[in-house]
Design a binder for this molecule. Structure first.
Ligand SMILES: Nc1nc2c(ncn2[C@@H]2O[C@H](COP(=O)(O)OP(=O)(O)O)[C@@H](O)[C@H]2O)c(=O)[nH]1
Ligand SMILES: [Mg+2]
Length: 454
């Protein structure tokens, strides 16, 4: 428990209907009492909403109308006394009220400090704390569902169950190491180790998928000039974002836009058509196209179905190399088509036929993009128990390695102290997910990504 009381604005800065100031700590109620004058006299009562005014204590001057809630420890977000003041959402009333709270003895909270207190006071584990930020940042329904499930604690519970099992095995080994002479009832810990390993593997299974839904992917639209890259970007965004003209070289700079493609948050990057150009400005744009391609997770190679593959097309296909790629044959609405679209790479790349003008084939393209990004795994509709955080995946991978070593050591009769070492390290790796074994540095890093007031 902390001995100081923190305060922060919990809502975004700027104009809005309402702004909320949050105070947490043992002095929360007394600080509120100094600056809040209820319409009907009497002290703040827990879990009751009070109407009144925020006033300057020295002058009695009214700063704003307010609704105040008092949540008494431990039944609050931080498990400390928490007071929330709802004010008019203007910068001035908010800043003035915040200043009064500070003058009355509160300290300005650091980013994520409320959530960190909730974690350190045992209300939530670290995976749930991280999930609360994921809820705030979710960009698609699928990402939101995954974050809500993690906030609900499924991951915390799964990891704790694995740890309990392994702790029992470790307790037994420790007894053998510490009291080799004593009569210890022999016990086979093989099943426990194998069960732990299987559960860790199960958690890791959906991790690549989960990470994709949380972090998204970069998809670059590349191709030679005039094949319809900008038109495709607009069609996927359902807006006239990029300039489209029949003049080759219209797109001179890369352009990035976020889109929700089958639940996956995707950054679409429209690029300047790649070809040998004498124009220095266009050449700079083409250099950016190459860079965008290099940084993309997936390339959409846009081709014109009314024209045979050109040397430029083949060169761009070469440039894409081994990167995941879908061939997008555009202008399906226009005749005549080249016979059967010849693939740029011995038909190894999936090909989708579309018209950016009529929208024909776009749904199929979105499905193909999701399928490729997911590496063939099924989409996450209805699947909410997925690892979504690289930190969790790394910890699980380390636990997997250590448990594998522990199990094979156990099966081949390695000394118990080696086994105890591997098992302890595996338990610590798992504890990093729930926060049972993390240093202050890591906590600071994690919570510094939060907003102030969260
Ligand atoms: N018929 C037809 N024309 C298209 C289609 N998509 C783009 N175009 C035309 O092709 C030209 C070049 O389009 P644009 O999107 O600027 O190509 P970019 O240079 O690859 O970005 C424009 O005149 C577009 O109207 C399509 O699906 N069908
Ligand atoms: Mg363009």
């Amino acid at each position: 428990m902390y001995d100081d009381t923190i305060v922060a604005v919990a809502t975004p800065l700027g104009e809005g209907g309402i702004a909320v100031i949050r105070i947490s700590g043992s002095a929360a109620a007394s600080i509120a009492a100094q600056i809040f004058r209820p319409a009907h006299p009497g002290a703040l009562r827990p879990f009751r909403l009070r109407y009144g005014h925020v006033i300057e204590p020295s002058s009695g001057h009214v700063i704003d109308e307010a609704l105040v809630t008092f949540m008494r420890a431990p039944r609050s977000f931080t498990r400390e006394d928490v007071v929330e003041l709802s004010l008019h959402g203007g910068p001035l009333p908010v800043q003035r009220t915040l200043g009064l709270c500070l003058a009355a003895g509160a300290r300005l909270a650091t980013p994520g400090e409320f959530t960190m207190r909730a974690f350190l006071n045992g209300r939530i584990d670290l995976s749930q704390a991280e999930a609360s930020l994921d809820v705030i940042r979710a960009q698609t329904d699928a990402a939101l569902a995954l974050a809500q499930a993690q906030l609900g604690g499924w991951l915390a519970q799964s990891v704790q169950a694995i740890r309990r099992d392994l702790l029992e095995a470790l307790a037994y080994i420790t007894v053998i190491v510490d009291f080799p002479e004593d009569e210890v009832e022999p016990q086979d810990i093989g099943p426990q180790l194998r069960r732990g390993l299987a559960r860790v593997a199960e958690l890791l299974q959906g991790a690549d998928q989960g990470l994709l839904y949380r972090q998204g992917a970069r998809v670059a639209l590349v191709g030679r000039p005039n094949v319809g890259k900008s038109s495709l970007l607009n069609a996927l965004l359902r807006s006239d974002r990029a300039i489209v003209t029949p003049i080759p070289g219209t797109t001179r700079d890369t352009l990035e836009e976020s889109a929700n493609l089958a639940g996956i948050p995707v950054v679409l990057i429209d690029t300047a058509g790649i070809h040998a150009s004498p124009d220095p400005v266009e050449r700079l744009g083409i250099e950016r196209s190459r860079l965008a391609l290099a940084q993309a997770d997936l390339a959409l190679l846009v081709l014109d179905i009314t024209q045979a593959l050109s040397a430029d097309d083949m060169q761009i296909a070469e440039l894409i190399g081994e990167k995941p790629c879908i061939e997008v044959w555009n202008k399906l609405d226009e005749e005549p088509h080249v016979q059967a679209p010849a693939s740029t790479r011995d038909r190894q790349r999936p090909a989708v036929l579309i018209s950016a003008h009529t929208g024909q084939g776009l749904d199929g393209l979105v499905q193909a993009i999701a399928h490729t990004l997911l590496g063939g795994a099924p989409p996450a509709t209805g699947m909410t128990h997925l690892i979504t955080n690289p930190r969790h995946r790394d910890a699980l991978r380390r636990a997997q390695e250590l448990l594998t070593a522990a199990l094979s050591g156990y099966e081949t009769g390695h000394p118990s102290d080696l086994l105890a070492g591997d098992l302890t390290a595996a338990l610590n790796a798992l504890g990093e997910i729930t926060g049972e074994s993390v240093g202050d540095d890591l906590l600071d890093t994690i919570f510094s990504r939060f907003c102030i007031g969260k």
